[in-house]
Design a protein around this ligand. Structure first.
Ligand SMILES: C[S@@+](CC[C@H](N)C(=O)[O-])C[C@H]1O[C@@H](n2cnc3c(N)ncnc32)[C@H](O)[C@@H]1O
Length: 387
């Protein structure tokens, strides 16, 4: 059984000094006592390995955050070395963990364009003008070629649909006969996936009428089996997918066994989210299940940008960059849990995936975010299943 070692060269002098006596700030970095074992391949996939590794990552994150607090920032050089060790330990280098690099996130249905994020924010502002939504789609289709979505993305969206059905089977039992999806998007990939998995009726709702028949047909060819004709909205309805857009879910809507969303809640302003969750609580008979992306979405199109870049800005500073076309509420996992509970839901399952902020981000977190626990603030994405 070997233990984790720093992946930077240590000089003989530093090694001797390390053997003699380690200073309190260095000890704060030392998570080796809980480092999971390496080298045993079947162990790597086990639940306990993943749990140990999550503890290890949290320990390292806390160590980094503590070390960057002003009173402890005494020796810049040592901190830089330690931080390099911390950031170099990418998840991909750790057995059993999968890296989630910018722009190749397999669960993200949004494409990537190499463009500075400030430039992209400006472009979004321009596209807020009348006709901008059509122009946005035109650019996505013909310039960035984000649409129609590639097969790999459609497969990951099928997996999202599968997770919804599995969540329902685990907490309620059987297959839901009706599911409401919030923010169904342009090609209704998740609703099609749900139909394929045996859900009899799917209500695909969206605040904007974004869906297009050609994109739905493209997704259907890859997701559905057999000969299904989806040439009109009536065909789609007869097939069992009712598209409701533009539409806001309210408590007077038709009741459903299950409600869900994927990469939607982070785009909803907090006051609207409170109303949406109240509506979901009223219409959901069984469970509600959601995947949420907590990262800075500009990092998807700017590979030099941290996925936590937006945490450096207070609300007033961030507002110019937060256009209507790419609005993100910057709420963290704990905020969603609180809002779900306040809406009357009981949380059945919740999890989040921790990212690895650089020291530059940790040093520059805006005051408005400093009350969060590091593991909460630096979560990249999360899942919430509630009843
Ligand atoms: C990133 S897309 C995700 C689309 C789809 N769920 C998927 O995974 O492919 C975000 C979606 O959220 C929708 N949305 C934004 N604000 C919303 C709101 N207040 N209520 C419902 N949907 C909203 C958008 O119209 C868009 O369809």
């Amino acid at each position: 059984m070997s233990t984790w070692r720093p992946n930077f060269p240590i000089s003989p002098r530093r090694r001797r000094a390390g053997r003699r006596r380690r200073k309190p700030t260095e000890q704060a970095f030392d998570c080796r006592h809980i480092a999971p074992a390496r080298g045993v391949s079947n162990l790597l996939r086990s639940e306990s390995f993943r749990r140990d590794h999550e503890r290890f990552r949290r320990c390292k994150l806390n160590a980094l955050v503590k070390s960057r607090q002003p009173a402890q920032v005494a020796n810049r050089r040592r901190l830089r070395i330690k931080q390099a060790a911390w950031t170099n330990l990418e998840p991909a280098r750790v057995p059993g963990m999968t890296a989630v690099p910018c722009c190749v996130d397999p669960d993200s249905p949004v494409g990537c364009l190499s463009m500075g994020w400030r430039l992209k924010a400006m472009a979004f502002r321009v596209l807020e003008m009348p006709g901008g939504k059509h122009a946005h789609y035109f650019l996505q289709r013909h310039v960035t070629r984000t649409w129609p979505r590639p097969a790999a993305t459609l497969v990951s969206l099928q997996n999202i649909a599968r997770r919804v059905v599995e969540d329902y089977a685990r907490h309620v039992g059987g297959t839901p006969s009706s599911v409401l999806e919030i923010g169904a998007g342009r090609d209704l990939a998740v609703p099609l996936g749900l139909r394929r998995l045996g859900v009899a009726k799917v209500i695909a709702s969206d605040v904007d009428r974004l869906a297009r028949l050609d994109l739905i047909q493209h997704a259907a060819r890859r997701i559905l089996t057999g000969d299904v004709t989806l040439e009109s909205w009536e065909h789609l309805e007869r097939f069992g997918v009712c598209y409701r857009a533009p539409h806001d879910v309210t408590d007077t809507d038709q009741k459903v066994d299950c409600s869900c969303s994927n990469e939607v809640l982070e785009h909803i302003p907090p006051d609207q989210l409170v109303r949406l969750l109240a509506g979901l609580r009223a219409v959901t008979i069984g469970i509600t299940t959601h995947s949420i992306d907590y990262s800075d979405h500009y990092a998807r199109s700017d590979s030099s940008l941290s996925r936590f870049n937006f945490l450096k800005y207070d609300d007033a500073q961030w507002r110019p960059f937060n256009s209507g076309l790419q609005y993100v509420n910057r709420l963290r996992h704990s905020d969603y849990l609180r809002l779900f509970r306040e809406a009357g839901f009981a949380i059945l399952e919740e999890s989040s995936v921790l990212g690895e902020p650089s020291a530059e981000i940790v040093d520059n977190v805006a005051p408005r975010f400093r009350q969060y626990e590091p593991a909460d603030l630096f979560a990249l994405r999360g899942r919430i299943v509630a009843q």
